[in-house]
Design a protein around this ligand. Structure first.
Ligand code: NAP
Length: 289
């Protein structure tokens, strides 16, 4: 893995892309985007760059100096990076986080493709029309913010945000209530809302590798036949999804979100449709290796 600025070629001919974060070694983005560039016949390379908090400003300068076309931003920089950008897209501004940056001759524009990537995947794979649906989002962290914004554009009947720290769920209710019917609750109130839900979305990290037997809520309370979705893609099929499938639910995992957020980002950088199936296969291969 290349992590040093000195490794980056500066011949100017190929499209330079990267993901910055800390940690970064686990990232599946380089495998996904390098496969996409090859499939599109675009000369270029997507680099994993290990950037710690104190080096963020230096990293942004290097991105400009070396002529990167675009970067993805991951934990822990999605909020702090906004201070270094020239333009912030309206939805990224409302969400309060950026995961994709486009460099137009030194002018940096920030976007957030996480939420729209997730909703595209949910609609393609599990529920084509979210209009009028009652949706419960478990968790109120960074990923939940993008998802709530994208869901609010789909005209659901209501969004229930349930979080371990109730204050964060209520804060979200206050922040978004002008855009959508939304209610913030604590996790211990979930069971009384579950019977009315059409969709449940886990945005917490509960159930993620290596704690793969953990579930964010008691699956026995999930109504049979509804859609249950989990942002986690390692494992691809979480315990929540397995137990929901046993209850006759339609299940939806986090791989499609990951692929689609990358596809939207690649489309911003290249201006051409992303080879989504190639990208999905590259992530699957990378998860299995
Ligand atoms: P985050 O900002 O750190 O938020 C984590 C959320 O999980 C918070 O709501 C937190 O509740 C909750 N949580 C953590 N541990 C918990 C526990 N033991 N019990 C109950 N709730 C708990 O993280 P994030 O960036 O939003 O990411 C959340 C998940 O989404 C991760 O699993 C990540 O891998 C996944 N994700 C997937 C994709 C994709 O492309 N598929 C993209 C982004 C994120 P508190 O507020 O109470 O701490």
């Amino acid at each position: 893995m290349k992590e040093l600025w000195s490794d980056i070629p500066t011949n100017g001919d190929s499209m330079l892309l990267a993901v910055i974060g800390d940690p970064i070694r686990h990232s599946k983005s380089p495998a996904m985007h390098n496969a996409a560039l090859a499939a599109l016949g675009i000369e270029g390379e997507y680099w994993p760059l290990h950037v710690v908090r104190d080096d963020l400003g230096h990293a942004i300068n290097q991105i400009k100096k070396l002529g990167f076309r675009g970067i993805n931003v991951t934990i822990p920089h999605k909020i702090e990076v906004m201070a270094y950008l020239d333009i912030i897209d309206d939805s990224a501004h409302i969400i309060g986080a950026v995961n994709t940056i486009v460099n137009n001759n030194g002018v940096l524009t920030g976007y957030n493709t996480d939420g729209i990537g997730y909703v595209r995947s949910l609609k393609d794979e599990a529920m084509a029309d979210l209009c009028g649906k009652r949706i419960m989002v478990l968790g109120a962290g960074g990923a939940a913010r993008g998802i709530i914004h994208a869901l609010s554009q789909e005209d659901p009947e209501t969004l229930i945000i349930a979080n371990r720290s109730e204050d964060k769920a209520i804060q979200m209710e206050n922040e978004w209530k002008s855009l959508v019917s939304i209610r913030g609750i604590s996790m211990d109130k979930v069971s009384s809302y579950l019977p009315d839900m059409d969709v449940i979305i886990n945005t917490t990290s509960v159930g993620m590798y290596p704690h793969i037997s953990a579930v964010p809520i008691d699956p026995d309370g999930i109504p049979s036949g509804i859609v249950v979705s989990d942002l986690i893609y390692n494992p691809l099929n979480t315990e929540l999804l397995k137990r929901s499938q046993d209850r006759g639910c339609i299940i939806h995992g986090g791989l499609g979100m990951f692929v689609n957020q990358g596809a939207y980002a690649l489309e911003y950088w290249t201006g051409v449709p992303a080879p989504v199936e190639v990208m999905r296969q590259a992530v699957l291969d990378s998860l299995q290796s």
